[in-house]
Structure formats: structure tokens, C-alpha cells
Design a protein around this ligand. Structure first.
Ligand SMILES: Nc1ncnc2c1ncn2[C@@H]1O[C@H](COP(=O)(O)OP(=O)(O)OP(=O)(O)O)[C@@H](O)[C@H]1O
Ligand SMILES: [Mg+2]
Length: 834
């Protein structure tokens, strides 16, 4: 493994600084930033041609040179494209070294794509740029600087599953479940605090300790923090939070990065949380004159970066975003980061983009009319010069399987008409919806891939094999050690494990040291030798990756194979004769193939780099456009992507909006943005589908059309099979009937399209114009009169101006404070009287 050089090599004076307007970069780690004139050679493209094919606003954004630029625009208006061209233009005009650029994307895949596009525009010079996610950028900084604040550079990264596993143990030990804590709830709360940059000490200062539940939470948080530190591990949120902490605590380290990155660009800025905001803020700070003097004394060689006033100005910051696509509030994302940008970065230029280049007008009109229902937003309308295009296709299945069959049939039609599979995507709100889709797709022999479903790396056997690698890379990682201790079975039971832990605790040892020393614990000879053998195997692995090893460092695949052989992990799976274990054994072998592929792609990368890469794969990263398969993913994963044809399935109440969001403040509005994100992924064809009954939450339940469907003008949708049953002959009754029939005759799944419930009732498409009455609730005989004040879950507070109609058709005319005048069907509107 190559260890990046930890001493910053400062400006290299042999370079001709006159060739560049900006001064030469600091070389932070030899591998990444070893740029010299030879590798900096934009081929052919001059800065001017980079502006071809951009509209005037896009050009303005690409050409702007100044401290801060905010590009706010709707979906598909070229925000990401502008970022790419902006980087290319800085490079092509030789205004910046690649190493002076930091571009933040939402997924590693988006990063790879942006790098490719920049390379296509300016050639190889894109190398040495940092184009990455927040998490990846922070890992690089932390690995380099870890030792400066008491961490080992081989620290482990705990993903969400690891954090929960640790919390599960802690909750058990503290008996915190009696207070109602679950690993999930504790993880969510800790994550939220960390995203607000609140650590355990600051939390302790504000927590109400007289409340036993709060006191217990503090205890959980404290133990969790201690265990992470002991294991030399960071959880996902720490990656950002600890980097911010590092910059605050060590200004001279911050200065290194402030000096290095001259251009910082952030995509999907609407989804940054407070910690990420602070990170960007720290990186764009100027270096003040007194600090400049101090740093010069330390050989920082700030050279030409120092301006006439004696300071190094802050990096130029470009952020792009769309507040209508903010879908991560539940993870602490804060739209205010956009709305307050101008205040936070004085002198910022704001560029608005209006034209959409992605979708046909019908798709955009649907998106516009849906999102217009969110109050508290600036009105903006997406438009396209590409013509109306096809109508949106709607379909109501009798069950999830019927819906899935429709999707599969339509995909086949598209495919025969020449749309490649990889230009087709199917979105859903929750992962549980994939079951029906998968069953039908398998039966129809449709090639598909699920993005971010049960991930390869989440499988138990893969986690086991990975734990061996982690224990080798980071001997302090106790969770990894405990995981491999008796996997495969070696007769080391929980009592022995506790004995080891106790011994370590009592003697101030690490768990690993206790294992090596197992001989002095007086346990049986068999157990003792099993433990000592395991410790020896792991130590062998550590020697294999030791940079000081005279025989040279081994490849990751060799280390893995050595560990697998030594532990007999695969062998024991094979020996069990359980066919599932055979599949597990194959998965572990697949992991060996993964390490080999990693070696091909990263000839310089070692074990730590491999582990980092694995822990940072996000759902969307699994997408492989070249693979010729239909992509299935959640709406959250779909952000930033585009496809010729898009299916949004399960457009039903309870799913979209999701039932969990219904009572959250801002929940339904956030769900609407999610739907908006889904709609705006489609270039040419959009399909919206739902089912009358859905097997969900362990039950077959009647499903109701989503309230959002009503928000799309009827003329934009052509219903192949309409959900207009509520208004057709027989009214709601026939629908209830269907539902009852459904529950008597459970969905037989593979019995075929619509076959589950016998003959399909004919529902005239003309029934749709009356459209769905999305029965969010039943307000019974709620009385309302002009003058009454009400609160609507989406529209906020308003005053009733008139009431018309009778019985269940009574309509309230309401003047909302923020969202204007609306008419609401009193029986079902999500309102309460104030
Ligand atoms: N001026 C232009 N001429 C032609 N095509 C363009 C232009 N600007 C953008 N596009 C294309 O339009 C599509 C959408 O652009 P892009 O992905 O950059 O939009 P976005 O604003 O980032 O969208 P989202 O909000 O969904 O992330 C892309 O295929 C892009 O190549
Ligand atoms: Mg984008």
C-alpha cells in the first residue's frame, strides 16, 4: 500500500508561475496532486468553444469570476452542466490548476460522470481535481490529518448498519430499551445532533437531565461516542463533523486547504445540512494578514495568492440548487442554506436558469402544476422548447402485481420501439414495493437492476469477510474483532467473549491485545488456541500490508485470500450443505473478484483505500449505464439522474405521500417535492401507476389514489385504466366492493395481469375527468361556516369565505394566508377547525 506523503510539499519553485494566473498548487499528497506542466495540457479546446451550446444565463454563470455565485433553477435546466463547463473553462483558460478545484456532487457516480465530462472537454488535465461527495472529500482530509488529533489514519468508517449494530449493543448493556429506545431511534437522534454539529459535550450542557429518558439518551450518546473513539472509527456524520472540528481546532491545517482550493463548486446545494454548510464556510474563509505572516514563517509559501491588502482571499464558491428538489430535510438538510446564501456570502451573484432541456412540455406542465401546490416557494415555471411530446400515461392496477405487469408490458413495448433498457427507470417510494416488480420482471425475463436494495455489502457473509479485512487494517476496531471471533464457529462463546473484554478493560489493553494474550486467562486449551490462532492470522494480515515490510506490501486480494484460507470461512459455508450457504460462499468469492477489480482500477490503492471505497458507495453509485438493464430505484435515489422513459409506481395515499410523513410538519410538502423530482427525471415518456389494493405492512389493504394525482391537469394524462371508479357508476361502493373481494381472495401474485380478482370491471376512461377523490380522511359532518378559521396540512392557515354544495359534496371556499384561495371538499380535506 502506498502511504500518501503526509508532509505537505509546498510550492515548487521550478514551475514557471507566469504561465498561470493563479499560483501553483500545494501538493497535498503526492499521489493526487503531482501535477506538473506535462499533465496540464488542455487539448484543443479553447475557453471560447466551451461556451457553445449554452444559453445566455448559462454562459453568464460559466464566465462569472468573483467570490460567490448562486445558481438557482428548476430541474433539468442545466445546473450540473453549468458546473461542469465552469470547471472546464477555468482549466482551459489556465485560470486554475486542477488541484485548486474542489467540486462536490451528491453521489460518487455523479462525481465520476462530472470528471468524465470535464475530461471530455479539456482532456487529461482533469486529473488531480477533487470531484467527490462531501463524505469522500472529508475522508481524504481526515486520513491525511487523523494523526493530528489522536486518530489513526487507518480508521474504520461505520455505515448506518454498523452504527445501529453498535447502538444495539449499547442499548442492551444500558437496558435503555425500557425507556423506549431502539437502535433506529437512537441512531436517528444522534445523527440529527451531529448534523447540527452538536457533540456529546455540547448536548450534555443543554440536556434536561432531570428527565430520566433524556439522561438515558445522554448516556447512550456518551457511550456510543466513547466506543467509536476506542475503535478508532468514525460514523458517516462524523466524517463531516470531525472535519469541521479539525478546521476549527487547528487553523493552520484549515489554512492549508483554504489556500489549496481556490474554486469550490457544490451541486444539489439544497440538500446540504448544517455541518456541510459549515464545512464549505470554513473552506472559503480568507487567510488574514497576521495569519499569513505566521504561515509564511512555516514555509507555507503563499506567494502570489496574497493580495494587495496582505491577505489570501477566500476561495470562489459556486453553488447550484433547486429548493423544489429538497428531499432530505429528514436528514437535516436545510433549504435555508439556499435562501440565505446572499446574506452568508456577501457580494454573491445570483443567476436564474429557466429553460429546461431535459423533458417534453407535457411532463414539465405536470411537474409545474404539482409543485405549485406547495406554499412558501417562489413561483417558477419550467418550460421546454422541445414541444409537448407524448401524454403522460396513467394506469390503475387491481393489485401491486397487476401494476407491475403493466409496467413490464409497457417496458417491452418501449424496448421494441427502440428504447434501450438502460434508458428506462422504474421508481418507487419504499423498497418493499420491489417485490412485486421483481417477481413479474423475472417472469417476463426483463433485464433489471435494483439500485440500493439489499446491497451486496449488507449481506451477512460479506460483512463477515469485510470484518476480517477491517480487523487487519484497524486493530483497534473491536466491533470487527467481535464479529470474526466466532465466525466461522470455533467454539468461542459469549462467555469467553465477555471474559476477553473484561480482561482488556481491567488491564487497559485493547481487545486485540487481550486475544493475543489469551493464554494467561486460564481458559480451556481448545478455546485458548482458537483465539490465539485467530489473533495470529490477523497479525499476519497486518504484516502483509505493513509499509515497512521488506518483502513489499501485498495486494488486497492476496490479503483477503490469506484470511479466507486461514479462517476457513468459505470452506465452512461449503461444508454446511445448506444450499443458501453455497450461495453465500459464492458471494464471498465474488468479494475476491471485487478486490481484484479494485486493484485493476486503483493500481496505487491499498487495503485502507479499498475499505474506504466500499464504505462510501451510495445507492445511486451502483448504476451502470452501459449494462443494458432497466433501473429500479427509490425516488430519493433518482435525484439528478435522467432517463428517456420513467415509471413512477405506487402513486397512492400512504405511499406517496408516505404515511410516515403525514403528521410531520412539512411532511406532505417534502413528499410532493419527491414526486416532483421523480416526474422531472423523464425526458420523453412518463408513466404514473397505482394499485387498488396493495400488500403492505404485512396486510392487503385498499389503496387510494394519491392526492398529488389530482394536481395534474386531466388533459395531460391518458388513462389506460383509470382510477375513476370512485366516480363511475356505483360510486365508491364498487371500489369498496373490489377491496372486500381483494381481502377475501388474497393476491396470488404470479397469477397474472389482473387475474387475481377474476374479471376486471370495465371502468370507462371517461370516468377520470371527475377524477379521484383522494380519501385522505373522513371528516364526517364537520361543520364549517364563513368566517371560520381552519388549518390545512399543506396550505397552512386560512379563513373560510363561503360554503357551497350539500352533504358529502359540501365545498369550503378558503382564503389561505400563504397559498391564496382554494376550494376544498370538506368531507375529505386534510383540515382542522381552529
Ligand atoms: N444549453 C443546453 N443545450 C442543450 N442541452 C442542454 C443545455 N443545458 C443543459 N442541457 C441538457 O439538459 C439535461 C439536463 O441538464 P442538467 O442535468 O445539467 O440539469 P440540472 O439542472 O442539473 O437538473 P437536476 O435539477 O435534475 O439536477 C442534460 O441532458 C443536459 O445535457
Ligand atoms: Mg443536476
Amino acid at each position: 500500500m502506498t502511504t500518501p506523503d503526509d508532509t505537505p510539499v509546498l510550492d515548487d519553485a521550478t514551475r514557471d508561475p507566469e504561465a498561470f494566473r493563479a499560483s501553483a498548487p500545494i501538493i497535498l499528497d503526492g499521489v493526487d496532486v503531482g501535477i506538473d506542466d506535462r499533465s496540464f495540457r488542455p487539448h484543443g479546446e479553447s475557453g471560447d468553444t466551451l461556451l457553445d451550446g449554452l444559453n445566455p444565463q448559462q454562459r453568464e454563470a460559466v464566465e462569472y469570476r468573483g467570490p460567490a455565485l448562486l445558481i438557482v433553477a428548476g430541474a433539468g435546466s442545466g445546473k450540473t452542466r453549468v458546473l461542469t463547463h465552469r470547471i472546464a473553462s477555468l482549466l482551459a483558460n489556465r485560470e486554475a490548476w486542477p488541484s485548486q478545484i474542489l467540486a462536490i456532487t451528491f453521489t460518487n457516480k455523479a462525481a465520476a460522470e462530472m470528471r468524465e465530462r470535464v475530461e471530455a472537454l479539456v482532456g487529461e488535465s482533469a486529473q488531480g481535481m477533487w470531484i467527490s461527495t462531501f463524505h469522500s472529500a472529508c475522508v481524504r482530509i481526515l486520513r491525511r490529518e487523523a494523526e493530528n488529533f489522536g486518530y489513526n489514519r487507518n480508521f474504520t468508517i461505520y455505515d448506518a448498519g454498523d452504527s445501529k449494530a453498535l447502538l444495539k449493543r449499547i442499548i442492551k448493556e444500558l437496558e435503555a430499551d425500557t425507556f423506549g429506545f431502539t437502535p433506529g431511534s437512537a441512531a436517528a437522534r444522534i445523527s440529527k445532533l451531529k448534523n447540527e454539529l452538536s457533540d456529546v459535550d455540547s448536548f450534555a450542557r443543554t440536556a434536561d437531565r432531570s428527565d430520566p429518558k433524556e439522561a438515558m439518551f445522554l448516556e447512550i450518546f456518551r457511550t456510543y461516542t466513547r466506543e467509536l473513539a476506542r475503535a478508532s472509527a468514525f460514523d458517516f456524520d462524523d466524517l463531516i463533523g470531525q472535519t469541521v472540528y479539525l478546521f476549527r481546532a487547528f487553523p493552520h491545517i484549515a489554512a492549508l486547504y483554504q489556500r489549496r482550493f481556490r474554486h469550490i463548486l457544490v451541486d444539489e446545494y439544497q440538500d446540504t445540512n448544517h455541518a456541510q454548510y459549515e464545512l464549505i464556510h470554513a473552506l472559503t474563509q480568507p487567510i488574514e494578514p497576521d495569519e499569513v505572516a505566521e504561515l509564511e514563517a512555516k514555509d507555507y509559501n503563499l506567494g502570489k495568492l496574497v493580495d494587495a491588502t496582505g491577505r489570501v482571499p477566500g476561495a470562489s464558491l459556486t453553488v447550484v440548487g433547486d429548493s423544489d428538489q429538497s428531499i432530505y430535510a429528514f436528514r437535516g438538510a436545510d433549504i435555508r442554506n439556499i435562501s440565505e446564501f446572499e446574506r452568508d456570502f456577501p457580494g454573491a451573484r445570483v443567476v436564474l436558469l429557466e429553460q429546461n432541456y431535459r423533458s417534453s412540455q407535457n411532463i414539465l406542465s405536470a411537474a409545474n402544476s404539482v409543485i405549485a401546490n406547495n406554499f412558501d416557494r417562489k413561483d417558477k415555471k419550467l418550460w421546454s422548447a422541445g414541444g409537448d411530446g407524448e401524454k403522460i400515461i396513467g394506469y390503475t392496477g387491481y393489485s401491486g402485481h397487476d401494476e407491475a405487469q403493466f409496467v413490464a408490458d409497457e417496458i417491452e413495448k418501449l424496448h421494441s420501439a427502440g428504447v434501450p433498457y438502460n434508458e428506462i427507470a422504474v421508481f418507487y417510494r419504499t423498497n418493499s414495493q420491489t417485490r412485486a416488480l421483481e417477481e413479474i420482471f423475472i417472469r417476463s425475463a426483463l433485464p433489471y437492476r435494483i439500485m440500493g436494495g439489499t446491497k451486496f455489502y449488507e449481506r451477512a457473509e460479506i460483512k463477515d469477510a469485510m470484518a476480517y479485512l477491517i480487523a487487519v487494517a484497524n486493530p483497534a476496531d473491536e466491533m470487527a474483532l467481535r464479529r470474526v471471533l466466532n465466525t466461522p464457529k470455533r467454539g468461542i462463546g459469549p462467555a469467553t467473549e465477555a471474559q476477553l473484554a473484561g480482561y482488556a478493560e481491567a488491564n487497559g489493553f485493547t481487545f486485540r491485545q487481550a486475544m493475543r494474550d489469551a493464554g494467561s486467562l486460564g481458559m480451556g486449551p481448545k478455546v485458548t488456541s482458537a483465539i490465539v490462532e485467530l489473533a495470529r492470522l490477523l497479525d499476519e494480515g497486518a504484516t502483509m500490508i505493513d509499509p515497512e515490510n521488506p518483502a513489499g506490501q501485498s495486494k488486497v486480494s492476496d490479503v483477503l485470500v490469506h484470511l479466507l484460507k486461514g479462517s476457513a470461512l468459505v470452506e465452512s459455508l461449503r461444508a454446511s450443505r445448506d444450499p443458501q450457504n453455497e450461495a453465500r460462499a459464492e458471494n464471498v468469492e465474488e468479494l475476491v473478484a471485487v478486490t481484484k477489480e479494485f486493484e485493476r482500477n486503483n493500481p496505487e490503492g491499498g487495503l485502507v483505500e479499498f475499505l474506504t471505497e466500499v464504505s462510501l458507495v451510495a445507492a445511486a453509485d451502483e448504476i451502470d449505464d452501459a449494462s443494458g438493464t432497466v433501473s429500479l430505484m427509490t425516488l430519493h435515489t433518482a435525484k439528478g439522474l435522467e432517463y428517456d422513459a420513467v415509471f413512477i409506481t405506487g402513486v397512492e395515499e400512504e405511499l406517496l405521500p408516505h404515511r410516515m410523513s403525514a403528521n410531520e410538519p412539512g411532511g406532505p410538502a417534502e413528499e410532493r417535492r419527491l414526486f416532483y423530482v421523480g416526474i422531472t427525471r423523464a425526458r420523453k415518456r412518463l408513466y404514473l401507476s397505482l394499485a387498488m389494493t396493495r400488500a403492505q405492512f404485512g396486510d392487503v389493504a385498499v389503496a387510494l389514489p394519491s392526492r398529488y394525482l389530482q394536481e395534474i391537469p386531466a388533459e395531460l394524462i391518458e388513462w389506460k385504466q383509470s382510477p375513476g371508479f370512485a366516480n363511475s357508476r356505483g360510486g365508491t361502493q364498487s371500489r369498496a366492493l373490489n377491496a372486500r373481494r381483494a381481502s377475501r381472495q388474497p393476491d396470488r401474485g404470479l397469477s397474472g395481469a389482473g387475474g387475481s380478482f377474476g374479471a376486471k370491471p370495465e371502468i370507462p376512461a371517461s370516468a377520470w375527468p371527475n377524477r379521484v377523490t383522494a380519501q385522505v380522511r373522513d371528516n364526517g359532518d364537520l361543520t364549517l361556516e364563513p368566517g371560520d378559521r381552519i388549518r390545512h396540512v399543506d396550505f397552512g392557515d386560512g379563513k373560510v369565505t363561503a360554503v357551497t354544495g350539500e352533504g358529502s359534496k359540501r365545498v369550503a371556499h378558503v382564503q389561505f394566508e400563504k397559498s391564496g384561495a382554494k376550494k376544498l371538499l370538506i368531507k375529505i380535506a386534510p383540515i382542522e377547525k381552529l
